[in-house]
Each structure stands twice: as C-alpha cells, then as structure tokens.
Design a binder for this molecule. Sequence first.
Ligand SMILES: NC(=O)c1ccc[n+]([C@@H]2O[C@H](COP(=O)([O-])OP(=O)(O)OC[C@H]3O[C@@H](n4cnc5c(N)ncnc54)[C@H](O)[C@@H]3O)[C@@H](O)[C@H]2O)c1
Ligand SMILES: N[C@@H](CCO)C(=O)O
Ligand code: NA
Length: 436
Amino acid sequence: MKPVKIGLLGLGTVGGGTVNVLQRNSEEIARRAGRPIEVVHAAVRSLGRERICDTQGILLTEDPFEVVRNPELDLVVELIGGCGLAKELVLEAISLGKHVVTANKALIAECGNEIFAAAEKKGVSIFYEAGVAGGIPIIKALREGLSANRIEWLAGIINGTGNFILSEMRDKGREFSDVLKEAQELGYAEADPTFDVEGIDAAHKLTILASIAYGIPLKFDKVYTEGISKITPQDVIYAGELGYVIKHLGIARRSQAGIEMRVHPTLVPASNMLGKVDGVMNAVMVNGDAVGNTFYYGPGAGAEPTASAVLADVIDLVRSLEGLAAHRVAHTGFAADQLGEDNLLSIDQISSAYYLRIEVLDRAGVMASVASILGELDISIEAIIQKEPREGETRIPLILLTHVVEEQRLNQAIERIEALKPVSGSVVRIRMDHLD
Ligand SMILES: NC(=O)c1ccc[n+]([C@@H]2O[C@H](COP(=O)([O-])OP(=O)(O)OC[C@H]3O[C@@H](n4cnc5c(N)ncnc54)[C@H](O)[C@@H]3O)[C@@H](O)[C@H]2O)c1
Ligand SMILES: N[C@@H](CCO)C(=O)O
Ligand code: NA
C-alpha cells in the first residue's frame, strides 16, 4: 500500500525520537493508521550535525520552507519550537492546505487563536497532544474522553524539568544548578530553561488545558505564574513535617465568580496521588461533575515519550485522511463558534489555604501578635509550629497553616505582620491545596 509521506521540521530530541519510534513500530503503526507512514523530508539547522536517529531515506534540508512547500506531503510535524519561525512555518503549511502536528506549547498558547482560526478557514487540523504533559494523552482525555462532563477543576504537575529538580533536591539534597544541567543533558529542558524554572512552560500548558476544559479562547497572558526558583530546602523540610510536599502545580478551577488559571508552588498532602509524582513524571488530576476525580500519569518529557504523543496525532490524522475516523475533532473540542469569554479571575480574587513562614525574634508575645492580626481579619489557623532557633541565629521560624481565605485578605494580613517590630524580612507564603 502507498505510504503517507510526512515532513519533519526539526530533528532534535523530539524530532529524532519521532523518527526512531516510527521506524521501530512501522508495521504496528501501519495496521493502526490504515496505511504505512514515512518521514521523507526533514529540515535541520545544520546538515553536518550528529543525530539520535538514522536519517537514511530522508531528504534533509537546511531550509524548512522547502519541507512545508513540498507538494508530496500531506502533513508536516513542527518540532523546532518557539513562536518566531515556527509560527511562520505553521501558517504557511495551513495556507497550503496541509495538516500540522506540533509539540510546541508556546506556539499554541500564545498564537493558537490565530492559528486555529486559519486552520478552520482552510479545513485543516492542528494537533498538539505532545505539547501538554509529554506522553500523557491528556488532550484526548479532556477533549474526547471527558466531553460529557462539566469540568470543575484540574490540577497538574505539567513540567518535567521542574519536577525532576524538586524531587532530586528533596530526596538527594542535590544543588539546583547541578540537577538543571542533568535535565538539559537528558533532553527534558526547554531551549531557554528559565521557561521551565520560572513556570512559563507550565503556564503555556495550563493555558491549553483551561481552553479545552472550559471552551474559552487561549489566554496565556491571564495565567498567574510563579516558578520554583525561590523554594528553599527549609520550607521543603517544614512542609514535610506537617505532612505535605511542595509541588509546582498548574491549576484551573471554575467557580461562581469565574475561572482561575494559576501556576505556582503548592503544598499538597503527601498522601495525595499528586504528592507521589516524582522525577520527570507528570500527572494531571481532573474533576468532572459526572465522572468525579480522574488521574493521568506518565513521562512529561524526553525523546520517545514525547514522540509517542506526536505520532498518535499523526496516526489520528492519517486515519481521518483514510476515512477510518468519521470526523476530526474541533481544535479545543468545542465548536469554533461556541468559545465563551468567561470571566478570568486575577490572583487576588482567588481563595486558598496558605503555608506561612515568619522569621521572628525569640521574644514573648510575638506569636500572640501574629495570631491577633489573623484573628482580626477572620483568618483561621489550622496549625502553628515554632521551631528552635537555628545555630548562631537569634531569629526563629514560625510556621503557620491557614484555612481557606481570599488571597486579598491574606495579603493584608501579611502586610501587617511584616510591619511588626520583631518580624524580620518578608513572610514566605506558599499556597496550599487539598485538591477536593
Ligand atoms: N524535549 C522534550 O521533552 C519536549 C517535550 C514536549 C514538547 N517539546 C517541544 O518540542 C519542540 C522541540 O523540542 P526539542 O526538545 O526537540 O528541542 P531541540 O532543541 O532538541 O530540537 C529542536 C531542533 O530544531 C532545529 N532547528 C532550529 N532552527 C531550525 C531551522 N531554522 N531549520 C531547521 N531546524 C531548526 C534545531 O537544530 C534542533 O535540532 C519544542 O517546541 C519543545 O517545547 C519538547
Ligand atoms: N521542558 C518541558 C518539556 C515537555 O513539555 C518539561 O520539562 O516538561
Ligand atoms: Na500529552
């Protein structure tokens, strides 16, 4: 049977992994897709470079537009990354009537509204399963598997590099920069690793998840974003003593007031499934009104796990070209003219429980002053511990867990606590979620 010919833009970690998996599983994939699939043309930055895959039989070029414009190709796979050249290539592919598969969450989160509109006009599809949580089929789960539900909330560990760094630091006491370097060597990190560390990559992914969960346009600039770079080993230890682990979560939640989209370190009960997700693994918990809580777990980054998702999208598209799938699902799973503009909440409009660490001078009455500020603002305390002074220090850490309160009110309390004479420095504040 005549193979379906596809083109790849980029042959790095994910591009190389995609070629390898497609070559290794070609027979099984052909049985599933209804036709063999072959990479015949690929764009690379430099022809002379060593690669992780065998490129025999693939025409290589340094001009990615050559691949996009190749009339023999039915679909192209964009694996270069970023929003510059990648966007030009994807829009050109669409204008030429080609379907596109991409792993580029930055592109979808930041330019997806424009790209989806162009694709719909042209009658082609843009698939992006690999862009969120790597190998976990979370887009399909939300868009297809849970489509009868009203999604109440979802919370996920959606950056492999960040979770790998946090796990290695906590379990092995390793240095932040040392673990980040390893994540880069393993092919987990973004081209600019501050995207991983400062939560930008997770915010890209959360933008996409919120859009397909709630049927809203992609609004990356509305995601509240905090990274992991300020988490101290001390807070990891104190959280552990209280029965929590600190995880970097992306959370989307729907309430009467509107929709929350936020990415930040979060105290999660150690007994919760998300608390047990370590290393490069990702996981997303989704609560739907009919199904209840569901949980999706798997590798969030790396060559072959990501290739697994890229190729699943390629296979889906080939199935629909072959008439094996009745129709292609809409880009967000909501009909294009049905996207709502729900009220997106700012971070001070959300409510959460909080972990607070307050550094105070070891004097009588300090704890009472802090408690009275919280009491006056009607913020109730779930737990409080006062630690011994650290060696050579006159200050002691006061650790507090609050019940759920509006962030705005907590900010007022923090401002008043920081103004107390025996309190030094800023109060450390980490949000806490019981995920129920
Ligand atoms: N690495 C992962 O685990 C992972 C997981 C999910 C999604 N992604 C996404 O997949 C995409 C690719 O990531 P990667 O990790 O494979 O990156 P990478 O840097 O390993 O690969 C990108 C490749 O694109 C090539 N490239 C750059 N400019 C080019 C040009 N003008 N013409 C041709 N080739 C060009 C580079 O030489 C490089 O080999 C990114 O959007 C990334 O966010 C990566
Ligand atoms: N840099 C990303 C790749 C997967 O999207 C991560 O570490 O999760
Ligand atoms: Na995925």
